[in-house]
Design a protein around this ligand. Structure first.
Ligand code: CA
Length: 403
């Protein structure tokens, strides 16, 4: 990927929000436009915006998002009007080069929920971990399955990922040993940032669920498959997951993705009323996973699409709040691994290599069953339509290199 590709992600149609800093300066709110980051606090001061501009000096987007969509969308449309009305040279006065900034975790994540919304992923994992004949458990097509994850593990793109240790059973029937994972994996997911709260005890009707979405990020739910496989029965993921989940730095406003809406896959099992809506939409966003070795060789190892998701974002939100659980501004709802039908669209190495039994052969000398020390995993997401492309930037993390 070239820098030019990255700049084309952030066209006038996108204008994502993020938290950036310059050397010796505090992190604050910015908007990405092409190869520039617009400093929103400076701009708001200059333009005399009628809003609480102190939120633009905060090190997270939460307070800005909490002002509500009337404000955040107005800011986005004001920035758009300004870009359209001034020459590029003047734009330079209110922005800095994207290459000079450090990006931070965009959100102070309050709660993290990880769904399991891809039919193909749930089927593939069920086949590998349980019974190939009954890969899906009986509840799967009736509700969007999820677990609550620990927030302290949510880290920004660029954070070095350490290889976790844990209880591992090397051979079937043997006793567990405490050792470093040999099955370090990624999970290709979409992260939904919640933009509005529902009070404790009040559920969110599915027709209103969309209005609770502020925006989307890329999400890598790092996994240690050998730790996971031993520990997950009967209560689900724990130490095989909570050592790292990384998210991309730019939050793409959900409104920017409107042109890329496509009908979600048909649900062949009828759902209960609270999960039923007349129309179900996904987004046509191409996803790519790249693995770069410590020596610098790059290999594309997966190509998927968010349109494959069986359970939509709105269904996830309606289900999450169906018992009166309050969602809060800045909550992170991850989709679960997004796999498609074709083997090259599988969103984890667990699936791509059949739990390590069929390694990806890159060259005579290079193959992978799981992630090795020094490997970098990079996610990309782009939506294309007619004249323009809209992208998420990159989410990239390197696994602690061999010393
Ligand atoms: Ca996951």
């Amino acid at each position: 990927m070239t820098q030019k590709d990255l700049f084309s992600d952030f066209s006038i149609h996108n204008l994502p929000f993020g938290i950036f800093s310059l050397p010796n300066q505090k992190p604050r709110v910015g908007v990405a436009y092409k190869d520039r980051v617009i400093d929103l606090y400076n701009l708001a001061q200059k333009e005399g915006w009628d809003m609480d501009i102190e939120v633009l000096q905060q090190p997270h987007l939460n307070d800005f998002i909490a002002l509500g969509k009337t404000v955040t969308q107005k800011v986005r449309s004001d920035v758009k009007d300004l870009i359209n009305s001034i020459p590029d040279i003047e734009l330079k006065n209110i922005s800095v080069s994207i290459l000079t900034v450090q990006m931070h975790l965009p959100i102070r994540v309050g709660d993290y929920t990880d769904f399991y919304s891809s039919l193909e992923h749930a089927t593939n994992v069920g086949k590998l971990f349980r019974d190939p004949k009954q890969a899906l458990l009986p509840n799967w097509k009736h509700l969007p399955v999820a677990y609550h994850g620990r927030v302290s593990r949510v880290v920004p793109s660029g954070t070095t990922i350490h290889r976790p240790q844990g209880q591992i059973v090397k051979n079937k029937g043997a006793n567990p040993e405490f050792r470093a994972t040999e099955k370090l994996d990624f999970e290709l997911e979409l992260g939904c940032i919640i933009g509005k709260e529902n009070p404790l005890g009040e559920r969110i009707p599915i027709e209103e669920a969309h209005s609770y979405i502020f925006g989307l990020v890329l999400c890598n739910d790092w996994s240690a498959r050998d730790i996971q496989q031993w520990e997950y029965v009967p209560l689900g993921p724990f130490l095989g997951k909570n050592f790292a989940t990384s998210i991309s730095p730019w939050v793409i406003p959900i409104e920017a993705l409107e042109p890329f809406k496509v009908p979600a896959p048909k649900q062949d099992t009828p759902v209960l009323d609270y999960l039923h809506s007349k129309e179900r939409w996904n987004y046509d966003i191409q996803l790519e996973v790249w693995l770069q070795t410590q020596a610098g060789q790059e290999y594309q190892i997966c190509k998927s699409n968010t349109k494959y998701l069986y359970w939509t974002l709105e269904q996830q939100i309606a289900h999450h709040s169906s018992n009166g659980c309050p969602l809060r501004v800045g909550d992170l709802l991850a989709s679960g691994t997004i796999s498609g039908k074709q083997p090259q669209s599988y969103g984890s190495l667990l699936e791509l290599t059949k739990n390590g039994t069929a390694p990806l052969q890159f060259s005579n000398a290079e193959k992978r069953s799981f992630i090795e020390d020094g490997d970098q995993i990079r996610f990309r997401a782009t939506a294309k339509k007619d004249a323009y492309t809209l992208g998420f930037g990159t989410l990239e993390n390197t696994v602690n290199p061999i010393k």
